[in-house]
Design a binder for this molecule. Structure first.
Ligand code: GLA
Length: 666
């Protein structure tokens, strides 16, 4: 069997199948050189068919079967889907929508994370699982819950929210100040008046909305840590994580959560087939950034992705031959400790019966299974996949090796990621900015993550090794730091950016950055209040363009969407709007350089600007002049190339057939 150094496997739901199928599954897993299977994710009604009465027999046989076949278990707690008996007994533990409608049983995630009955029942089943399986030899990693991110607006939430707000703001006066409640007569005189941001007549209060997301993130984190601690109480050596879902719709601050998991784990489902390589690179770089900033040395795991499709505008686009392995290996090259899928075997019925699987409805005699088997063989063969042996060797649960002496390479609380080295270029990514932009009544709707991904993609296309960094990351050492649409910028973040520039970094700030403080209060005196002096500019007016309008700057570059009216009292103008006003500026003081990009440049213009900035800062691509669609990644064992196109290319003297994944030096 392959070594434990990689997780290669999928969510496995044997409870959906008769036991004869389990034997076939285990044999097929061996054939595909699967090293780990995630089990138990949604099994609550099987594990605890009636309150307090457990049926562990089937899971005993599942775990024993995995162990006999040399496959590890990622053992989940099933709390993302309480059984019908629970909701029947505790109807007020069901989630309530913003408009007051109480959801009913019938899907997953229909619970309120603040309902005491839900928390107690969750802790009970998690503790029972820990008691039974903490020492089971198959269990390598615990997977608490599934994709935390559920919303609720019920009375349990209202009570808990008030408690959370008291801790955060101290007094009602401070809350009134932070939420600007004199606007529209919202001044609170009694804590009992404060509610979750439920459906209301017209626009809600953006600061209330933002605090509510922070609150839900903290409450879900408390639910996670409760279960984690119960597991660790029984088995102090247990490794525990949960799978992060990327997307602005979940009220989860993943940068903060990363401190509480033993291994940062993400699920990733791109939204377009052609865009999948760039989107995957972004997600991988973000996971590595969270891990590094939380002191995990940049190690992370792709816990779920789809084997054979990408859902694009509601259409399941089939991954063409070769893409299954290529995307998995690209994640691995960016530091993932393997590639796990949702799911192993396609369900015959149920809500996700058409989700693709490694073993689809037709069975294992398929192209997809052949590709999974080939990937398993490749991962198990030294030198045929990017290797992290050196980067991960001192982490016993990730490798077969015992922990070695000495400090762990590259970890310990800095952004200097051990896993895939540290890039010369970084992109700032703060999920709270996305919440802030989404929760406000801005001059124009802005897709925060889309803007950040656009800058990342431009650098990725130019062959740069990019780190995606949360605000708490160590910034010193990056030659270039791009801060796109950082609408919400705390005083501390502004100070750190200032320090970064004054230590010689080249900072690139885009429109809609540094506008509001942590309570969404606009910083006065001209935008961007938090960075105006650093950038040497002053924005007086925003001037978003109507949809579809394009303007051409004096450099010939095209801009769409966002534009601004600014002056540049202490910065040089690099590009101007058609009427001569500054559009892109550069401030140089001693060794420090700070650029400001006041409009949404198109992709080609963004790339040209970045080329210029990176060249001036001495930040070089991993491989210069990459053909479009070819990706280069700097893994610990060298530079890996991914040809995501349908044509052969020659890169740095190496022939790269269509769809190929190869190490540059081989
Ligand atoms: C998420 C969930 C899985 C499944 C997949 C479908 O990642 O964790 O249970 O629903 O999405 O893509």
């Amino acid at each position: 069997m392959p070594t434990k150094s990689f997780f290669h496997g999928a969510d496995w739901n044997p409870e959906q199948w008769p036991e004869q199928v389990w034997a076939e599954d285990l044999a097929l897993m061996r054939e595909a050189r699967v090293t780990a299977a995630t089990v138990g994710v949604f099994s609550w009604s099987r594990l605890e068919p009636t309150p307090g009465a457990y049926d562990f027999g089937w899971l005993d046989r599942v775990l024993d079967g995995l162990h006999e076949h040399g496959i590890d278990a990622v053992l989940a707690t099933p709390t993302a889907s309480p059984p019908p008996w629970f909701t029947q007994a505790h109807p007020n533990a069901l989630a309530m929508r913003r408009d007051g409608v109480r959801l009913v049983h019938g899907s997953r995630d229909t619970y309120c994370v603040n309902a005491p009955a839900y928390r107690a029942a969750s802790l009970r089943i998690a503790s029972a699982l820990a008691e039974r399986y903490a020492r089971h030899p198959a269990v390598r990693l615990w997977h608490v819950h599934n994709e935390y991110g559920t919303w609720c607006f019920c009375d349990h939430c209202a009570r808990a929210f008030r408690g959370w707000l008291r801790e955060r703001h101290g007094t009602l006066d401070a809350l009134n100040e932070a939420w600007t409640t004199d606007f529209w007569s919202q001044r609170y005189t009694d804590w009992a008046q404060v509610l979750p941001p439920r459906a209301t007549q017209y626009l809600g209060n953006p600061a209330q909305e933002l605090d509510y997301r922070r609150f839900l993130s903290d409450r879900m984190l408390a639910a996670y840590t409760e279960q984690r601690d119960a597991i660790k109480q029984v088995a102090p050596q247990a490794q525990v994580t949960t799978n992060f879902v990327l997307g602005g719709w979940v009220p989860v601050d993943h940068a903060r959560w990363s401190h509480e998991v033993d291994l940062v784990a993400i699920d990733h489902y791109p939204s377009s087939l052609d865009g999948a390589p760039a989107q995957s690179a972004f997600a991988a770089d973000a996971a590595r950034g969270w891990s590094a900033a939380a002191g995990h040395g940049g190690r992370w795991l792709l816990m779920e992705h789809a084997p054979a499709h990408v859902t694009e505008d509601g259409v399941q686009r089939r991954k063409p031959p070769g893409m299954l392995a290529r995307i998995a290996l690209a994640h691995i090259a960016r530091g993932s400790h393997g590639a796990m899928y949702f799911q192993w075997r396609a369900s015959p019925g149920g809500a996700e019966q058409w989700h693709t699987a490694l073993v689809g409805h037709p069975g294992p005699t398929t192209r997809v299974f052949d590709e999974a088997r080939a990937l398993g063989n490749r991962l198990a063969t030294e030198g045929r996949a990017p290797s992290y042996r050196s980067a991960y060797k001192k982490v016993p649960f990730l490798t077969d090796q015992p922990a070695g002496p000495g400090p762990e390479g590259g970890g310990s609380g800095t952004a200097r990621a051990g896993a895939a080295g540290r890039g010369e270029v970084a992109v700032w990514f703060d999920e709270l900015c996305g919440w802030a932009v989404g929760a406000s009544h801005l001059p124009m709707p802005v897709d925060y993550q889309g803007v950040v991904e656009g800058w990342h993609r431009a650098l990725w296309r130019r062959g740069h090794h990019v780190d995606v960094v949360p605000p708490a990351a160590t910034l010193a050492g990056y030659r270039v730091l791009v801060v796109p649409a950082a609408y919400l910028l705390s005083d501390e973040s502004a100070r750190r950016l200032d320090e970064y520039v004054h230590e010689g970094g080249h900072l690139v700030v885009t429109y809609l950055s540094g506008i509001v403080d942590e309570h969404l209060r606009v910083r006065g005196g001209g935008y961007p209040g938090a960075l105006r002096d650093l950038l040497g500019i002053r924005v007086e007016e925003f001037d978003p363009l109507p949809s579809g309008a394009v303007i051409t700057l004096d450099t010939g570059d095209a801009a769409t969407g966002w534009t601004e009216h600014l002056t540049a009292p202490s910065a040089a103008v690099l590009a101007r709007y058609p009427d001569g006003r500054p559009a892109v500026t550069r401030r140089e003081q001693d060794a420090s350089v700070a650029y400001y990009v006041s409009c949404a440049l198109d992709e080609a213009a963004t790339a040209r600007l970045l080329d210029r900035i990176c060249a001036a800062a001495g930040a070089s691509p991993i491989v210069p002049g990459l053909p479009d669609g070819v990706e280069a990644v700097h893994a610990p064992d060298g530079v890996w190339l991914f040809n995501h196109t349908d044509e052969a290319h020659e890169v740095a003297g190496r022939q790269l057939p269509r769809g190929a994944v190869a190490r540059l030096a081989d």
